[in-house]
Design a protein around this ligand. Structure first.
Ligand code: CP
Length: 306
């Protein structure tokens, strides 16, 4: 099967074969990053615009590094240093970028659906979703899948626990879709106020007891508390949240020694995960970051025509 997607918008619109093509391509791309000279000419002549309406360290930097390792030209635009501050709309800004013959727009936006809207309206430019509101973060899910596959050999049949602020997390939604699609058994856990009702319809089990979720898990994905998306109070105090729903040192002793611990970052150390748990031998958090570059190289390569 060849890869024919023009845009990467969410995990729901990728089939199993397409996910496998991306993961296999990312494995090859990872090898490039280990070379003494980490550069190939694959995207020479292609222009990639990194258009970020929200702050980012990992996603923006890794898309930038990915473009440069493939010899493409990357340009960064942020909301507060562009004409968006003068009132220009997302659509008009994107149409102006397209008029400059750019090949791919990588968009992070606080509104769910913004990349989908651009994908419909732009004629020639590909769109890659780098996180839209509480909806989707497909490149994060793909790098998480890559990290699990690398560590566990395969994804099918694994028990994956996703813990914390499910309701506000685009990573949670993309990983629920991504891991269930690839045959994992997914359980979500967190405070009832942070688990959307009806989440079971996405094919996951639900518990409000984190110990139940992590005790037999092969993969534990801790989520950041998304303070920037919370207008209300969803838990009484941070201390209580950490005690009841955090991956504490006490809980670390109870998980399987074969389980791996992941977190998309940035981490609120001492809140959803203790510093010890984030840095123990079972953590794969920095491996996720390394794989982020490989996955984003794969996405740029495939979207640009393979
Ligand atoms: N995981 C993630 O999206 O991190 P950034 O917000 O730093 O890009």
């Amino acid at each position: 099967m060849s890869f024919k997607k023009k845009h990467i918008l969410d995990m729901a619109s990728l089939c199993v074969d397409e996910v496998n093509i991306i993961l296999n391509t990312a494995e090859m791309m990872k090898e490039i990053s280990k070379r003494h000279i980490k550069k190939v000419p694959t995207l020479r002549g292609k222009t990639i615009v990194l258009f970020f309406y929200e702050p980012s360290t990992r996603t923006r930097t890794s898309f930038d590094i990915a473009t440069k390792r493939l010899s493409g030209d990357s340009i960064s635009i942020s909301a507060n240093s562009s004409s968006i501050v003068k009132g220009e709309t997302l659509i008009d800004t994107a149409r102006n970028i397209e008029a400059m013959n750019c090949d791919i727009i990588v968009l992070r936006h606080p509104c769910s659906g913004a990349p989908h809207m651009l994908a419909k309206l732009l004629k020639n430019t590909s769109v890659i979703n780098a996180g839209d509101g509480m909806h989707a973060h497909p490149s994060q899910s793909l790098l998480d899948l890559m990290t699990v596959k690398e560590n566990k050999g395969s994804i099918k049949g694994l028990r994956v626990a996703i813990i914390g602020d499910i309701a506000h997390s685009r990573v949670a939604m993309s990983n629920i879709t991504g891991f269930t699609k690839m045959g994992a058994d997914v359980i979500v856990a967190g405070p009832p106020t942070m688990i959307p009702s009806g989440i079971e319809t996405f094919g996951v089990s639900v518990t409000y007891n984190i110990d139940e979720a992590i005790c037999s898990a092969d993969v534990i994905i801790m989520l950041r508390i998304q303070k920037e998306r919370q207008e209300d109070f969803f838990f009484p105090t941070e201390r209580e949240y950490s005690k009841v729903y955090g991956l504490t040192n006490k809980r670390l002793e109870k998980i399987s020694k074969d389980a791996i611990i992941m977190h998309p970052g940035p981490i609120n150390k001492g809140l959803e995960i203790s510093a010890e748990a984030a840095e123990c031998f079972q953590t794969r958090i920095l491996n996720q970051v390394t794989n982020g570059v490989a996955v984003r190289m794969a996405l740029l390569y495939l979207v640009a025509g393979g």
